[in-house]
Design a protein around this ligand. Structure first.
Ligand SMILES: Cc1cc2nc3c(=O)[nH]c(=O)nc-3n(C[C@H](O)[C@H](O)[C@H](O)COP(=O)(O)OP(=O)(O)OC[C@H]3O[C@@H](n4cnc5c(N)ncnc54)[C@H](O)[C@@H]3O)c2cc1C
Length: 394
């Protein structure tokens, strides 16, 4: 295990490794300074995404032979976590885009998809997903919509529950039933370029938190290029990497939010200590407890990333124990985000409660709650309960 990974587990909020350092710099210089405005206006974090393009973060996870940065999942976990410390919405854009880039690299093996993947790297294209659907919610194993292939061009219409940054994306990836006659679980995965899709808003995005993701619901109407349909069924894509990487990268956002809250509490008690040299401010003990909880969250994140890397290499991803562990990772880290944000508020007191102080926890507390429902922790706990009932071992 290399030094950066070990430091990433136990270290404080500092950047380790090339990709994490690039993301941390964007967080400090661009995403953080714009985060309150992005939140207030519920606007797309344009400056942060432009900076990600500049730093080639949008192709970090693609292999070098496709023009990418050759970063590992653990590298991306570090980058997403670092950005989330400063702006959770920007970090979610990087996480959701990178999940789709990963899917292209692992399963987009047809010549036209390979060509498209190279274009993602060379032009730093931004990828969105329209996976959840009105009527099935977050249960991505089923689709109501279907690909229509009996006339040219192939078409698809979907009532998407939410498409984050859909209006700014260069392409949307989505799943649908293979044909109108196909079973709800017989799904294909397709890439739709911006020029082939119209998005008619079905709902607004005026939310409690994570307001910069701009995740409106849309009626998606698309022409589908047969060459941009993945050769692998969606069920295989979901079980062989997509689902696992999704859990990992979104969990990195929830840990990053917790670290952002801890940073505020930490600077608050340090400022208090400077004002009364030789005393330990009342909140300092609480900060040391919070640091321990964050260390546990980071350890879980990094060890999950390492375990995923091994399973990706051995092709042993359809592994019940790992599925349970990743759902637990998501539930644990999203709960950590909410708990640490609340603890930080108690440390900073009224200075954290106000919206116009450097210690304000307003946006962080609201963003942290998004983790609980993206996807619902209850859904994951219920799914794990079912698996554990039929499992002889824990
Ligand atoms: C910030 C944000 C960005 C998003 N971006 C995107 C995006 O870009 N693309 C996209 O496709 N989707 C996106 N989504 C939608 C998201 O992925 C989920 O589909 C959505 O949050 C609803 O999923 P769900 O399973 O939690 O809820 P639903 O399936 O709608 O269920 C509603 C509620 O029912 C309960 N419930 C459901 N199933 C169970 C169960 N089995 N056991 C116990 N309780 C249950 C839970 O309380 C749950 O909250 C986004 C959501 C958020 C919050």
């Amino acid at each position: 295990m290399n030094r950066e990974v070990i430091d990433g587990i136990v270290g404080s909020s500092e950047a380790q490794g090339e990709w994490e350092r690039r993301a941390w710099a964007i967080g400090v210089e661009v995403a953080g300074p714009n985060s309150d405005d992005v939140d207030r206006a519920a606007r797309y974090p344009r400056e942060a995404v432009d900076a990600m393009r500049e730093a080639r973060l949008l192709s970090a996870i693609l292999p070098e032979d496709l023009g990418g940065g050759g970063a590992s999942c653990a590298d991306l976990v570090g980058a997403v976590r670092a950005l989330a410390t400063h702006c959770a919405s920007s970090a979610l854009v990087l996480a959701m885009h990178s999940i789709e880039a990963f899917n292209l690299a692992r399963h987009g093996t047809s010549p036209q998809l390979r060509e498209f993947t190279r274009e993602v790297a060379s032009k730093q294209l931004l990828l969105a997903n329209a996976n959840s659907e009105v009527g099935v919610g977050g249960d991505v194993g089923r689709s109501i919509c279907a690909l229509v292939t009996d006339s040219e061009p192939w078409t698809l219409e979907k009532q998407a529950l939410a498409i984050s940054y859909g209006e700014w994306a260069d392409a949307v990836l989505t799943m649908a039933r293979r044909s109108p006659e196909a079973a709800e679980t017989d799904q294909v995965y397709v890439v739709i370029r911006k020029s082939d899709v119209t998005l008619e808003p079905l709902s607004d995005w005026d939310t409690l938190g994570l307001r910069g993701t701009c995740s409106r619901g849309y009626l998606l109407k698309a022409k589908v290029d047969p060459g941009l349909v993945f050769p692998t069924p969606f069920a295989t894509i979901a079980n062989d990497g997509a689902g696992q990487v999704r859990q990992l990268l979104l969990s990195a956002v929830w840990v990053g939010i917790a670290e952002g809250a801890l940073l505020k509490a930490h600077s608050f008690v340090r400022a208090a200590a400077r004002r009364a040299i030789g005393t330990v401010p009342p909140g300092a003990r609480r900060v040391s407890e919070m640091a321990g909880q964050i260390q546990a969250g980071r350890s879980l994140l990094v060890t999950s990333a390492l375990r995923l890397s091994t399973l990706l290499d051995t092709g042993d991803l359809e592994n019940q124990g790992f599925t349970i562990a990743l759902r637990n990772l998501k539930v644990t880290t999203s709960t950590l985000g909410v708990n640490i944000a609340k603890e930080a508020l108690e440390v900073c007191g009224i200075m954290g409660y106000k919206r116009d102080t450097p210690y304000s926890l307003d946006r962080i507390i609201r963003d942290a709650h998004g983790g609980l429902i993206m996807v619902s922790n209850d859904r994951y706990l219920h799914d794990n309960a079912q698996l554990l009932l039929i499992s002889k071992r824990l």
